[in-house]
Ligand binder design. Structure first.
Ligand code: SAM
Length: 248
């Protein structure tokens, strides 16, 4: 839980008037989230060639990533999301697909340079994440990287009943950072950096995973870190940027 069918129902009915920018409020704004939370984690891989964004919603992050990509493919489960992105971003260097919440069959093998998803697949269970990772092993080019934000709630299985239900944040309940690393190994990918982070409370229910499809002969090591100071670090960066802002 939540299932693909529940995601589809929820996001199809969701009021998208703020285009997903509302999920940037935790950082002050989506731009601050991009500059101080996301970009420091992916800047080594940008600009890039062909980027795949999984589950873009109404394109809040796409706005920011798109100028750094030669071309982009957007894949989302919810038809109105893909329709909005098509209207908003147009045809030039952009390709759009609605999927069944699992399949990447529409992509050519060895065609993706960079995979990206933030604020979306946290709501996916392990079966979905596993399906995506196994296919990404084929769809990514050798030497390509991917950055996914996903649930680690499953690490706390057995404790949910004692938690305040609002601390579950509709995360995939059986998904863990460890399972993603295992799935990467099975897919021929290597999770080169994984950061387990708190979300919505001090509970470490989320993870960022950076993975690569190694070129022949490459054997990069896996690395896992727990970062309870995630939000403090971002707020320090935001405060510093404010002190150096252009005066009005
Ligand atoms: C919380 S919204 C976030 C959208 C966007 N990333 C943002 O930050 O504005 C979740 C999005 O994930 C999509 N989604 C959920 N499960 C999915 C799945 N299994 N495959 C593809 N898209 C999915 C939904 O359709 C929705 O667009």
């Amino acid at each position: 839980m939540p299932t693909v069918a529940e995601n589809l129902t929820y996001w199809q009915r969701y009021d998208w008037k703020d285009r997903g920018r509302e999920w940037g409020r935790g950082y002050g704004s989506i731009e601050q989230g991009w500059h101080h939370a996301i970009l420091p984690r992916i800047s080594a891989f940008l600009p890039t060639g062909h980027a795949l964004e999984l589950a873009p919603g109404y394109g809040a992050w796409t706005d920011l990533l798109r100028p750094l990509c030669k071309n982009m493919t957007l894949v989302d489960l919810t038809p109105n999301c893909i329709e909005h992105c098509r209207q908003h971003f147009g045809k030039r260097a952009m390709t759009y697909h609605t999927n069944d919440g699992r399949s990447l069959a529409m992509l050519d093998d060895n065609s993706i340079d960079f995979v990206f998803s933030v604020h979306s697949l946290v709501h996916a269970d392990h079966d979905v994440m596993r399906a995506y990772i196994l296919q990404l092993g084929k769809k990514m080019k050798p030497g390509a990287f991917g950055f996914l934000h996903h649930s680690n709630l499953g690490e706390f299985a057995g404790q949910f009943e004692t938690w305040d239900p609002k601390d579950l944040h509709w995360r995939g309940r059986d998904m863990t950072a460890e399972k993603l690393r295992e799935d990467c190994r099975e897919a021929g990918l290597v999770c080169v950096m994984q950061e387990i982070i708190p979300w919505g409370s001090d509970k470490m229910i989320d993870a960022y995973s950076l993975f690569t499809k190694p070129r022949p002969g490459q054997q990069p090591p896996e690395r896992v870190e727990r970062n309870p100071a995630y939000w403090d670090q971002i707020w320090q960066r935001i405060e510093l940027a404010k002190r150096y802002a252009k005066p009005e």
